[in-house]
Write a protein that binds this ligand. Sequence first.
Ligand code: TXA
Ligand code: MG
Length: 338
Amino acid sequence: MRTEALTARDAARAAAILRQGGLVGIPTETVYGLGANGLDPDAVGRIFAAKGRPQDNPLILHIPSADWLERYCEDIPPSAYALAERFWPGPLTMILKRRPVVPDAVTAGLDTVGMRCPAHPVCRAILEAADIPVAAPSGNTSGRPSPTTAGHMWEDMEGKIDAIVDGGPCTVGVESTIVDLTCTPPRLLRPGGITLEQLEEALGEVAVDPAVTRPMGAGEKPRAPGMKYRHYAPRAPVTVVAGDPAGSARYILDNAAPEDGIICFDEFASLFPGHYVERLGPSGDKGEQARHIFDALRAFDDTPVKAIWAQCPEAAGMGLAVANRLNKAAGFHIVQAE
Ligand code: TXA
Ligand code: MG
């Protein structure tokens, strides 16, 4: 299959391919997605094939506005509209009870569905032109870091999908926050572009699913099926070093072999001459760290490094999402700097 390279001006073309059952790489403000017609089980099936995604991992639906919620969901609590009012369009996915019209291929047979209304203008133009809900997981091959540029999507998907729309680098850089509104209190299933603190401000108490901060044991089932899989992982094993930035930098300096790769905050990059170094951003700027985390993890796959050491922000604000992606990339192999 030849993959078409599309630009921001080609929203109508991208929408036409989606309506015909094709697969399109679409920019969103979080990460690039691999879109298909969310009402067409065959098209949705091709997403799983292109990504090598396990069949039991459900997809989320992208819609142009909260007005569309009623079409695909029922028993929608007022909190859903309150969140939509505050955070949509934007990096928030809500888990709601689904209507039968949503194919099992999307929900992996669950009685709930994830709904997201993205903010990226090119994505919005595509959704409006297509006039269908677009099922879209992150556009990476399963297990690899999510794509935050069209180039990353080409690396993983060239020849496997119909088109990729280049909408520039993603401005959030980590996936949407997922909140389950079918339980009380609402539950954070995946930290992302909207912080836990923002959710709490809007909702009051919010439970945090254990899969956010620790690996699932045998027999444990996270509520977001995707959280159980090894994820975001570069080919080389990653060790996350927790602790204050000066301490974690010192720990890495003391323990990294000369040929090891380093992911560090900008201030510490000069400590590691001779290493492959990927900068996350300034230690005080978690938004910048979120924009760089997947790029940094991906970059090591083009190097010979056999092990990667990573500094990690504290888990407040956007730091919870950055730390979650790093910890998952490391298989929760975390050491604490003194
Ligand atoms: O920012 C994003 O959300 C990106 C962009 C493309 O929109 N999409 C994305 O999709 O990250 P994906 O498929 O890579 O991650 C969705 C996660 C998976 O972990 C999946 O298991 C979970 O959402 N999920 C989907 N439907 C669910 C449901 N009904 N209940 C619980 N978890 C669900
Ligand atoms: Mg994903």
